[in-house]
Write a protein that binds this ligand. Structure first.
Ligand code: CUO
Length: 714
């Protein structure tokens, strides 16, 4: 039998185990861990040989087994694509799994490359697309998430019988000291859920994907990354830091923020690059670096600026140079593809074969050794699992966001009535909004955040089955992360028509005040808004009360979907859709806030769902899978909202009369109140987010050791 499933764990799940050491597929054993923490029995997985053996020469040339795998490296990406296509071209599930096994066992295939290609294939292969759940990524490649130090402690445990093992505790963010103010944000940047989400998003929206009608991949690249930057800015204000300053590539750019990630790639046995404070961004002259394609051996910042300037020219003229003597109108989706740049970029030769954005990742990730004098590897900015750990990620993506916003500013602001996507919805008034946490004794419009601990089992990613069959069992690691008390929204809406209507409820949050303690002007605050939820509701004629719990958010996925494979726990091998793991982690839904309470503006905006509907986009059907529709869409379907992403805050506010000069030219609405006043179907309230630093740190009760364990500092 090719794959077996005594308790719902198929061969695909088992194949993710210990890929670093490439235990041959036919020796893989499934240490099925049921009942959280226990495990029962060992099963062999037999795998047949494929009918034709693959030729892996090219794959191995582009990404050798000994290389430090980087998603943003064009060679590694081509190798991933080649392997992925090899998997996709297998017709039956048996053939697909056989091929995946042979490649996994081949000494020519880089294991992280294999994980990426195999995961991407599982997401899209017709035989697995609806029946597979990716395992928690930090279990599969723990070395991309935990420091070399923590990992070493974990490896030590593998040599011990289960009863003698300790639990590795990672309760401190150890990539810097607080004398470096950037370290205050380490809990955000190094959060396992955030980094997993970023990897998963780029896996679902691959750079070399073919066009799929209505998917709006370029626009989603803009929107999803914009939201992450806005969230990071809120997090910075919560920690007494200024908003992120965009990175510049002009005038001798310098990366002020150093980063020492403490990461070690167990696959290749190599260290990730590090970066000192005040590292200049210099031309790349990495001739001889086998990891980068020749086009990157000598790459100048000037070249990057030329590509950037051409993109800016396209924005200014509103037209894309197709390279064939013709020009076509620019839109946000094309701009996203151009900048990223994906395979859908309209004229890659002209706008940058690898896109301004990707090339920036490569420049920055090699800035510590631009001339390859020290044979240094890429830094964390080179890969999607690690990029968000580095403070420079946010500065670079803010720069990309500034370019997107430059385009958005060329568009007509939405008007309350008339024009494109008018804001007012005749007959629907949002009369009041309140949020309240579900905890006993909570007060309205005050939310609380706190730190807590959760456990993950690293045994899948560590080699121990081979050394001693009697020493199976979990290797627990406990890490600290932000969380908040769940809360309810209560929204009162009056429908003054005499028919039932269906509404899309859009909920956004942004800090009310700048780092200088002044209320944000609307032209700036609109960029700070990030989505908390989006869902649909029927409104009966008259007064309606909409209640919604924060855990159902349309941008997040629950902790269980990020950190545990559903099959193991739910015994439903076909229950989960693979894309359901993609989404912002629920525990990071709201920013940390401050101990005394930080004021945020919460906006509820109702639009007509009939107008928002997209043909071909069906509602979620799988009750076991919470999907992040806003960030991840649905697999093989058009994006399920007809409005521009980020609507209405993606564009500058409409203009209003200038009180200082009522007969003169109008000015953009100056603050949120002036904006909301004109839109009856929108309401804003102020809420406070209090960070309870004194709350005792509790451990998430499920998914952990069944009895107390010796703690080992990681
Ligand atoms: Cu996700 Cu730059 O696109 O990291």
């Amino acid at each position: 039998p090719l794959y077996f499933s005594p308790r719902g764990r198929g061969a695909t799940q088992v194949m993710f185990s210990v890929p670093q050491d490439a235990i041959p597929c036919n020796e893989l054993r499934d240490a099925s861990r049921v009942n959280q923490g226990g495990f029962s029995g060992v099963q062999m997985v037999a795998v047949q040989a494929p009918t034709t053996m693959p030729n892996l020469n090219r794959v191995a040339q582009m990404c050798p087994r000994t290389a430090l795998y980087n998603y943003f490296n064009p060679l590694h990406r081509s190798a991933t694509k080649e392997l992925l296509d090899m998997f996709r071209n297998q017709g039956t599930l048996d053939q697909f799994l056989s091929m995946a096994c042979v490649c996994r066992d081949s000494p020519m295939v880089n294991c992280k490359l294999w994980i990426n290609a195999f995961s991407a294939a599982l997401l899209t292969h017709p035989q697995t697309v609806n029946s597979f759940q990716l395992p928690a990524l930090c279990e599969v490649m723990p070395d991309n998430f935990f420091s070399a130090f923590a990992l070493r402690q974990a490896f030590r445990q593998t040599g011990l019988p289960a009863a003698d093992r300790g639990i590795i505790t990672v309760d401190n963010f150890r990539t810097g000291r607080n004398t470096n103010p950037e370290n205050r944000l380490a809990y955000f940047r190094e959060d396992m859920g955030i980094n997993t989400h970023h990897w998963h998003w780029h896996l679902v929206y691959r750079l070399d994907d073919a066009q799929q009608p209505g998917r709006r991949k370029g626009e989603l690249f803009y929107y999803m990354h914009h939201a992450m930057i806005a969230r990071y800015d809120s997090e910075r204000l919560s920690n007494g830091l200024t908003r992120v300053r965009a990175m510049s590539i002009d005038d001798n750019p310098v990366v002020k923020e150093g980063y020492f990630g403490k990461l070690y790639d167990t696959n290749s046995g190599q260290n990730w690059g590090t970066r000192q404070n005040d590292t200049p961004l210099r031309n790349l002259n990495r001739t001889g670096d086998p990891n980068l394609p020749p086009s990157f051996h000598q790459l100048t910042l000037n070249q990057l600026r030329i590509w950037r300037d051409r993109v800016m020219e396209a924005i200014d003229t509103g037209l894309v140079n197709m390279g064939t003597g013709t020009r076509t109108p620019l839109n946000i989706d094309i701009l996203g593809d151009m900048l990223e740049a994906s395979a859908l970029s309209p004229n890659p030769q002209f706008y940058g074969p690898d896109g301004v954005h990707n090339v920036g990742h490569v420049f920055i990730s090699h800035s510590h050794d631009p001339e390859y004098k020290h044979l240094e590897n890429s830094g964390p900015m080179g890969d999607t699992t690690t990029a968000m750990r580095d403070p420079i990620f946010y500065r670079w993506h803010k720069y990309i966001d500034v370019i997107f916003d430059y385009y958005k500013q060329t568009l007509q602001p939405y008007q309350d009535r008339g024009g494109e996507f008018p804001l007012a919805w005749q007959g629907v008034d949002v009369t009041s909004v309140q949020v309240q946490s579900t905890t006993f004794g909570s007060q309205p419009n005050i939310l609380q955040t706190f730190f807590m601990d959760s456990n993950v089992d690293l045994s899948r990613g560590l080699d121990f089955t081979r050394t001693n069959m009697n020493q199976l069992g979990p290797i627990w690691l406990r890490f600290r992360h932000l969380n908040h008390d769940p809360f309810n929204y209560t929204i009162q809406v009056r429908n003054s028509s005499n028919a039932q209507v269906r509404a899309t409820v859009r909920i956004y949050l942004a800090p009310r005040n700048t780092e200088h303690g002044e209320q944000f002007e609307m032209t700036h605050q609109r960029k700070m808004f990030f989505e908390l939820d989006k869902f649909q509701e029927n409104l009966n004629p008259g007064d309606n009360t909409i209640r919604r719990i924060s855990t159902l958010s349309g941008v997040t996925v629950p902790w269980e979907q990020t950190f545990r494979d559903l099959e193991r726990n739910m015994e439903l091998p076909t229950a989960a859709q693979s894309i359901c793991g993609c989404g912002w982690p629920q525990h990071m839904l709201i920013p940390r806030g401050t101990p005394t309470g930080m004021i945020f503006d919460l906006v509820v905006f109702l639009t007509n769902a009939t107008e928002d509907a997209v043909p071909g986009a069906t509602p979620p059907q799988n009750p076991n899978c919470r999907e992040s529709l806003s960030f991840c869409g649905r697999l093989n379907q058009p994006y399920p909202d007809a409005k521009p992403m980020g609507y209405p805050f993606d564009r500058n506010p409409f203009t209003v009369p200038d009180p200082a000069n009522p007969t003169g030219p109008q000015v953009p609405a100056r603050n949120l109140e002036e904006y909301v006043n004109r839109i009856p179907n929108m309401t804003a309230i102020q809420i406070r987010i209090v960070h309870d630093a004194n709350r005792p740190v509790v451990v998430r009760p499920d998914n952990g050791p069944t009895k107390p364990m010796r703690e080992i500092s990681g």
